[in-house]
Design a protein around this ligand. Structure first.
Ligand code: ARG
Length: 587
């Protein structure tokens, strides 16, 4: 008999069919299956109680009826009990756990399971993340979009979605006038070679200052911008160079986080596509002229009835809103997007809300199918003083410096923990632990909240940290190394007996909840749900490993314990890779 990948979803569909056979009003019934407090079993269904209340029945009696109507296949897998006022508690039978462990023994089989059970499978998701403005360095404020965005892409991909990674860079700002003015007069070629973004930032400051002090410079800079927008060859070439060099510098950071974009379609790409937006929105009566600008009011909205969405500036130029509207149309028509996901700071929530509201009306009136639109927002990285994280002197922390410091600090940890390893191996471990710690500290937080950045908490072997999990992975590798067995060698583990001890069973129960943790991370795009699972899994593993000796003489006992080690390793590695981390065999 085949075993379900996700037990929670299989219970949900069994409850749905029980509800159908009992002729319940399905519009009022939601099975609501959740991972349970381990004292009450593995999964709990909470949907009976609210249904009984709404239909004025005795919840317990309804629970009994549901139980009796459950399909036999489900009852073969679980022990089911009614608790309290009609909760149904499901406990996996040891034999079911065995079969789950045997079936989902490789990353491929897990992926297949995920694809068969997740609704995202087969859907095209455009994930818009990182998306910095060019000609500037990325600083700590750019961290979260990169790290969260990449994890979301990997999670969606694992669930079978077609993922398109799009870096929607800001490459068409009005700042280019001043920058080009300064570039033509004050460029320091050696500085450009050494650190291009530093040089562009310096040039921009030079241009800005000169324009502030001298009207004629301001006018000259304006002319440079007009020339650029008019397609002047020299200015276009400078602008192109600035963007290319910026992207090259960004890519160095992306490489450290394992990020590779499919497309980098920045604001400039939509230059020739905003005209259609103005035209359609005006023709449909959604946009109107106001003081020379083109704006969209949302009369039904408490704020946006007064505070419109500005889609074309009064000087006729496109802006952030017009390019975003054109972008959405392009994603829908060119890529056939089913979903467009915006991994942007929560401070842009008004922009996103206005964008989505406008798009909804626009697409409705033009009979276009609106993709799922999601502002996957995140809070701010704070310093110990609870204010946005800055250097001591009050400047933004460059992302590059942050990664370097993480690696240095991780090197100290590695030196104390694994000082016997060769220096080059220590350096490699430090890089993986350092970068992974920065990623994991960010991902393990609920993305909606701000969080306080703390090196000590982040690069620690204790707590819900990257180092703790990477160490758990390395430790399991060392168990296999000592026994000279390859963890992926299923044949060596085939003779495994049925699970027996409480710690074996507790670990197996945790392993079998991976699909539910994956679902909790993928569906609402919340990677911290997977972090929490991995942390708890590592804890269960430790408890098992200190209670049950693995290298025992009885071959079957040894095989079943080794199998638990192998599956824990598989899920920890798969999970960490889904979050964007690299793992180590030795640490
Ligand atoms: N470049 C923008 C910024 O730095 C973020 C762009 C996000 N993506 C988008 N489609 N609006 O704030």
């Amino acid at each position: 008999m085949s075993v379900p990948f996700n037990f929670a979803t299989s219970i949900e569909s069994a409850l749905q069919s029980a509800a159908t056979s009992l002729e319940l009003d399905l519009s009022l019934f939601a099975p609501e299956v959740r991972t349970a407090d381990p004292r009450h079993g593995d999964f709990q269904a909470n949907g009976v109680l609210p249904y009984a209340k709404r239909t004025q029945q005795n919840p317990r009696a309804l629970g009994e009826k549901m139980l009796a109507a459950l399909p036999a296949e489900l009852l073969a897998e679980f022990d089911v009990a009614i608790a309290g006022p009609g909760f149904l508690n499901f406990t996996l039978k040891p034999a079911t756990l065995d079969r789950w462990l045997t079936t989902y023994a490789t990353e491929d089989s897990l992926r297949e399971g995920a694809r068969a059970s997740q609704a995202e499978a087969g859907q095209t998701f455009i994930v818009d993340y990182s998306s910095p403005n060019t000609a500037k360095q990325m600083h700590v404020g750019h961290l979260r979009s990169i790290v969260i965005g990449e994890a979301i892409c990997r999670l969606l991909d694992f669930a079978g979605a077609k993922v398109i990674r799009d870096n929607h860079i800001g490459d068409w700002g009005t700042g280019f006038g001043k920058l080009i003015w300064a570039y033509k007069r004050h460029l320091d070629a050696a500085a450009l070679e050494a650190d291009p973004l530093e040089e562009f930032e310096r040039l921009y400051k030079v241009g800005n200052k000169a324009a502030d002090e001298d009207e004629s410079v301001l006018e000259a800079a304006r002319q440079e911008l007009v020339k650029l927008q008019g397609g002047d060859e020299e200015n276009l070439a400078i602008w192109k160079r600035i963007n290319e060099v910026s992207l090259e510098a960004f890519q160095k950071i992306y490489d450290q986080f394992g990020v590779k974009f499919d497309y980098t379609l920045g604001e400039s790409f939509y230059n020739d596509k905003v005209g259609q937006v103005y035209q359609e929105l005006s023709d449909l009566g959604l946009a109107e002229e106001s003081e020379g600008a083109l704006v969209v009011f949302h009369p039904e909205h408490p704020r946006f009835h007064k505070q419109p969405f500005l889609v074309r500036k009064s000087d006729g130029a496109a802006n952030y809103a017009s390019t975003d509207l054109a972008t959405l149309l392009y994603r829908t028509e060119h890529f056939g997007a089913d979903a467009s996901i915006y991994v942007i700071d929560s401070r842009q929530s008004d922009h996103c809300e206005q964008l989505f509201l406008t798009a909804k009306k626009w697409f409705e009136k033009t009979n276009r199918k609106l993709p799922r639109l999601e502002h996957t927002s995140f809070g701010t990285v704070l310093g110990e003083n609870n204010k946005p994280l800055k250097t001591r002197s009050g400047e933004n922390i460059k992302l590059r410096d942050l990664i370097d410091e993480a690696t240095e600090r991780a090197a100290q940890l590695v030196a104390t923990k694994s000082g016997e390893l060769p220096a080059d191996e220590q350096a490699k471990i430090a890089e993986i632990v350092g970068v992974g710690s920065v990623q994991y500290a960010d991902l393990s937080q609920n993305r909606s909240s701000d969080y306080v950045f703390s090196w000590d908490k982040m690069i620690s072997l204790e707590g819900n940290t990257a180092a703790y999990l990477l160490y758990a992975v390395a430790r399991i590798h060392s168990i296999f190394r000592k026994l000279a067995i390859d963890p992926s060698d299923a044949a060596a583990l085939a003779a495994a007996d049925t699970l027996e001890t409480p710690t074996e069973l507790a670990l197996a129960r945790k392993l079998a909840k991976f699909p539910d943790a994956l679902r909790a991370a993928v569906t609402p795009l919340r990677p911290h749900m997977l972090c929490l699972f991995l942390f708890e899994l590592a804890g269960e593993f430790s408890a098992f490993y200190s209670a049950d000796k693995v290298a025992v003489d009885e071959p079957n006992v040894r095989a079943r314990r080794l199998r638990l080690c192998a599956r824990t390793l598989l899920l920890l590695e798969t999970g960490l890779h889904l979050l964007g981390l690299r793992t180590l065999k030795r640490m």
